[in-house]
Design a protein around this ligand. Structure first.
Ligand SMILES: [Zn+2]
Length: 178
């Protein structure tokens, strides 16, 4: 297994641990509650559209900043992504304010091209936290026809993620069924 792949496996297992710790078994995942349980403060502010959010530690307290102008589903992904930095990359956000541009968070966690390894891991963590593979498989099993757009929309609504995020999750399930 490559170094990059190990990072992703660790990221995904940390996300699953968080779900277990909070005894979560069904969507939607309360990401803000999880952030607070980890000691973080979640702040919402209108930011430039090109920015999704940020994470940093101030006086020992993790702060997660979210672009309040983005769609609520995108805000949830941003919070999940910043939780990843808090859980996986605390050194990074302690050293400086970590700012996430919108295009970084829009990327599929499995596409490695040109993206910083830490961001790929954070996206993989966020995807698993918001749309756990197990839950998605279960949902698909009871959902009739996933080719239909409205079924994808219904699933995205249930998980409270964008349809793009849900489609990425479906793709990664077919690529890597584990
Ligand atoms: Zn990031």
């Amino acid at each position: 297994m490559s170094f990059a792949a190990v990072g992703r496996v660790v990221a995904i297992s940390r996300a699953r641990e968080l779900l277990e710790t909070h005894r979560l078994t069904a969507p939607p995942v309360p990401v803000e509650r999880i952030a607070k349980a980890l000691g973080a403060r979640v702040r919402y502010a209108p930011l430039d559209d090109a920015l999704s959010g940020m994470a940093y530690i101030k006086d020992g307290v993790p702060i997660i900043g979210v672009n309040s102008l983005h769609h609520p589903n995108r805000q949830r992904f941003t919070i999940a992504h910043e939780i990843a930095h808090l859980v996986l990359h605390r050194d990074l956000i302690t050293a400086e304010v970590h700012v996430d541009k919108a295009f970084v968070l829009n990327r599929d966690g499995n596409s490695a091209t040109g993206t910083d390894a830490l961001e790929i891991d954070a996206n993989a963590f966020a995807a698993e936290l918001l749309v756990p593979a197990e839950w998605l498989k279960r949902s698909i099993a009871v959902q009739a026809d996933l080719d239909a757009d409205d079924e994808v929309t219904a699933l995205a609504k249930r998980f409270r993620v964008s349809t793009a995020t849900l489609q990425n999750r479906l793709l990664s399930l077919t690529r890597d069924p584990s």
